[in-house]
Ligand binder design. Structure first.
Ligand SMILES: [Zn+2]
Length: 130
C-alpha cells in the first residue's frame, strides 16, 4: 500500500491548470488541481486526496455517466472509507483528516456530502486512536 500511495503522489507534482479545488479519477489516472494539491498542508492530507481518487478507480467508480446524485454521494463516502483505511495501513494519522475536510468545507460549503465526509473521518480517527 505504501508503494502504491507513493507512486500515486508522484503524479501530483504536475498538478492541473485550474483555479478550483477539485480532483478527478479516470480509469488510468487521477487528476488533482494545483489549488487543491497546494491546499493540502502535509503528506497525510495529500495521501487522502490521492487515496480517495485511487479508491474511485479501484472500486470501479471512474465511469459515473449513469450514476444518480444519491449514488454519487455514496461513492464519495466509499472512496473516503477506502482512502482512510489505506492511509491508516500506511501508518499515517487519520485524525488529521477531519480538520482537512473542515477547511475544505470553509472554502466550498456545498462540496458533495462534506458533512458526512467529516463524520466518516472523525469515526476513522476514533477507531484508529483506540
Ligand atoms: Zn470522489
Amino acid at each position: 500500500m505504501t508503494r502504491t500511495l507513493a507512486l500515486t503522489l508522484a503524479l501530483l507534482a504536475g498538478g492541473c491548470a485550474s483555479d478550483e479545488l477539485n480532483a478527478f479519477a479516470f480509469p488510468d489516472r487521477i487528476v488533482i488541481t494545483s489549488p487543491l494539491a497546494d491546499f493540502a498542508q502535509n503528506h497525510t492530507e495529500r495521501a487522502m486526496l490521492a487515496g480517495h481518487e485511487y479508491g474511485h478507480i479501484v472500486l470501479g467508480h471512474a465511469d459515473d455517466r449513469f450514476v444518480t446524485d444519491h449514488e454519487r454521494r455514496d461513492r464519495e463516502l466509499v472512496a473516503d472509507a477506502w482512502a482512510l483505511k489505506a492511509i491508516a495501513e500506511a501508518g499515517l494519522d487519520t485524525c488529521l483528516i477531519p480538520d482537512f475536510f473542515r477547511r475544505i468545507k470553509a472554502e466550498r460549503p456545498r462540496a458533495n456530502a462534506i458533512d458526512l465526509r467529516i463524520a466518516l473521518a472523525e469515526a476513522a480517527c476514533e477507531r484508529n486512536a483506540t
